[in-house]
Ligand binder design. Structure first.
Ligand SMILES: [Fe+2]
Length: 130
């Protein structure tokens, strides 16, 4: 579903490799959505969120370190965007997962899609080509 493309490259190999991991998490969330073999996906959904959260914190930290090292002027604006993504994890209401498990997975997929289209494709291009 989420297909990595050459045009997503930022010019920083480490950042690019980490971005690919986000695509992989997105793919496994999509597989989970399509899989009708589970009667209850709750645990898998929680696992996916946890993996995504750990990845997000780890990746943003690495990206921020790189931006600081390279003296990127837009650092603070970029960090604010990262913090907004991380904040979304703080507000997760796990009790709502069972309102509609597949819809909940769709929400996760939307989150990843937003990240890719609004952040990776636009913002991450700015700090890495220097
Ligand atoms: Fe970023």
């Amino acid at each position: 579903m989420f297909k990595w493309k050459e045009e997503y490259k930022t010019g920083n190999t480490l950042v690019d490799e980490q971005h690919k991991k986000l695509f992989a998490i997105g793919d496994s969330a999509y597989e989970l959505l399509k899989n009708d073999g589970y009667l209850d996906k709750y645990d898998k959904i929680v696992d996916t969120i946890q993996e995504l959260k750990d990845y997000t914190v780890y990746h943003f930290r690495a990206e921020e370190e790189y931006m600081l090292k390279s003296g990127f002027k837009g650092f603070f604006a970029h960090k604010v965007e990262h913090d907004d993504f991380i904040e979304k994890f703080e507000n997760i209401d796990y009790s709502r997962i069972d309102d509609g498990q597949n819809e909940y997975i769709l929400g996760i997929l939307n989150f990843i899609a937003d990240w890719i289209t609004q952040h990776i494709i636009v913002k991450d291009q700015q700090h890495s080509h220097k």
